[in-house]
Design a binder for this molecule. Structure first.
Ligand SMILES: [Fe+2]
Length: 224
């Protein structure tokens, strides 16, 4: 199983990805954003002769407009989201412990709620795409989109921190130009992972940062 991960970073720090199996050239796109020109994704797909099978949204994004619909039209790939997602754009609904295969590359889908009730993470041997559940030295907030601090704690410790220590962590956001982290680094350095369960829940429940700039517009557009 040999695969390649290509990261796309928008100016505001939204991260999206293309992962492809090197033998079959079958690919997935994860969390594409309008803030990255669609041509950039398409050029990479063409340059590498990729066949995009699925476009994953790790959840309905509240802070940027997704370009999954446009990329679906161009690539004929299917949009995949968790079954709890209210979004009308999903072609395939998934839940915990679903698997997809790109040639010999096997990808496990995990339901990782807490930031939202529909959040999913994608695990491939050596790497995990965590959406906004686990960020580099941070986590997503839990105060809207049916977020839940207890669920997020269970997700972090019951699903993500049990992955092998050297697993690379690819989140949906990073504002400090970092490409990825590892499970080990997060276990040791993520301030929210140093808290007891009680402290974590108290901290997250009282964490109400300002709503993202594009909140209303993003939720509305990304749900269609
Ligand atoms: Fe989010």
């Amino acid at each position: 199983m040999t695969y390649t991960i290509k990261q796309f970073r928008s100016k505001r720090g939204c991260l999206s990805y293309i992962l492809f199996d090197e033998q079959s050239k079958e690919a997935i796109i994860i969390d594409p954003s309008e803030e990255v020109p669609t041509d950039e994704y398409l050029k990479y797909i063409n340059d590498n002769n990729l066949k995009v099978k699925y476009i994953f949204e790790t959840h309905t994004h509240a802070d940027h407009i997704s370009s999954s619909k446009e990329l679906k039209e161009k690539t004929k790939a299917k949009i995949v989201m968790h079954k709890n997602s209210p979004s009308k754009r999903k072609d395939i609904e998934v839940d915990d412990d679903y698997f997809i295969e790109l040639g010999n590359t096997k990808i496990k889908i995990m339901h990782t709620p807490g930031h939202t009730n529909e959040s999913i993470s994608l695990y491939v041997n050596g790497a995990v795409f965590t959406g906004d559940a686990l960020l580099i030295e941070g986590t997503g907030r839990t105060d809207f989109q049916l977020g839940d601090s207890i669920d997020l704690h269970n997700t972090l410790w019951g699903k993500l921190m049990i992955l092998p220590d050297d697993t690379k962590v690819y989140p949906a956001h990073d504002y400090k130009n970092r490409e990825y982290s590892t499970i080990k680094h997060e276990k040791e350095n993520n301030p929210r992972l140093q808290l007891s369960k009680e402290e974590f829940i108290k901290t997250m429940d009282s964490h109400h940062p300002e709503k993202p700039e594009l909140f209303d517009q993003a939720i509305e557009k990304n749900s269609q």
